[in-house]
Write a protein that binds this ligand. Structure first.
Ligand SMILES: CC(C)(COP(=O)(O)OP(=O)(O)OC[C@H]1O[C@@H](n2cnc3c(N)ncnc32)[C@H](O)[C@@H]1OP(=O)(O)O)[C@@H](O)C(=O)NCCC(=O)NCCS
Length: 280
């Protein structure tokens, strides 16, 4: 294998300062506790997708002369006008979700705009700005690519240098606890709730834990309540149904250990102390 660290790109985008100004405006609004987050989300999205209506959103939405589809599209930029799936969950904490819903709607909607989507630098910076206002805890250097989804968002407890790649589902319904230097690759799923095989309405929430230096690789799934111990790895397409031992590489369905990493210390089982933030 070749050693291929990420390249550093030169900062020569002709209008790069526009991104700084836009993000600074959002950062200022978010840091002000009196900001109405629904209005902030609405205004931000209207600027991006229907700028002609940015100054007169209210009038346009209520204008019967405009096509119903246009009025609906405009209305839907306000998070109070849409429902998100987790709102239907019985254990949804309405007060907590009301705080984060506008920011989740902004996050998801941005990813579907021409401005967002594949735009790595801007998207990473926006999500890094939003995450601390959504998560229970968010460490330094959080990095998320496009089309990441959460359940509640407010049950995410995340350490430093957490990297989440494209199209990842982080179902934090029962809570997801993430250590430092963890990465989750494209199209992976991490769950923290499960259903009875008899009655679908019988739901069990269980905290899922990804300890320090864990890697969940492409298209893998980690089921509710699983602990992936430090330096553990879940291989491509694997389904981790049970705990993953420290420094072990698990593959397959159900995931089983195929090897211990060559850098594992002799007493790997003992070097991984539970995360200090571990609720277990
Ligand atoms: C888990 C992984 C790293 C294992 O790599 P490895 O240690 O080099 O393992 P090997 O390729 O020697 O495979 C060992 C055995 O496991 C099998 N295997 C490897 N990965 C597998 C997978 N994802 N699912 C099922 N079986 C797998 C191999 O077929 C081989 O079986 P065999 O002994 O019967 O021939 C790798 O296969 C993988 O899934 N990589 C995902 C991509 C990646 O690297 N992501 C990290 C950055 S995002």
């Amino acid at each position: 294998m070749a050693y291929l660290p990420l390249r550093a790109l030169t900062e020569d985008r002709p209008h790069g300062a526009l991104a700084d100004a836009w993000l600074d405006g959002l950062a200022g609004a978010l840091s002000d506790p009196s900001t109405d987050r629904s209005l902030l989300c609405r205004r931000t999205l209207t600027d991006l997708v229907y700028p002609a209506y940015a100054e007169n959103w209210e009038t346009a939405v209520n204008d019967p002369a405009l096509p119903a589809g246009l009025r609906l599209a405009l209305a839907s930029l306000d998070p109070r006008e849409v429902t998100l799936e987790p709102e239907y969950y019985a254990e949804c904490d309405e007060a907590k979700f009301a705080r984060v819903k506008p920011l989740l709607w902004l996050w998801y909607s941005f990813d579907r705009t021409p401005l967002g989507g594949q735009n790595v630098d801007l998207g990473v910076r926006l999500r890094r700005l939003l995450a601390p206002y959504i998560f229970k805890r968010c460490g330094e250097n959080f990095k998320a690519f496009q089309h990441v989804e959460f359940s509640f968002g407010y049950n995410m407890d995340v350490g430093d240098n957490f990297v989440v790649h494209r199209h990842v589902l982080l179902d934090d319904r029962g809570g997801i606890l993430v250590g430092n230097n963890v990465s989750v690759s494209d199209y992976a799923n991490v769950y923290s709730h499960t259903h009875s095989i008899v009655d679908q309405k019988d739901v069990t929430d269980a905290v899922t834990i990804l300890e320090d230096n864990v890697r969940i690789t492409y298209h893998a799934t980690v089921l509710a309540g699983v602990r992936v111990a430090c330096n553990g790895m879940v291989g491509a397409l694997a389904v981790a149904t049970k705990d993953v031992r420290p420094y072990h590489v698990y593959v397959g369905i159900p995931a089983k250990s195929i090897r211990v990493k060559p850098n594992a210390p002799h007493d790997a089982q003992n070097v991984c102390l539970p995360l200090s933030r571990d609720r277990g």
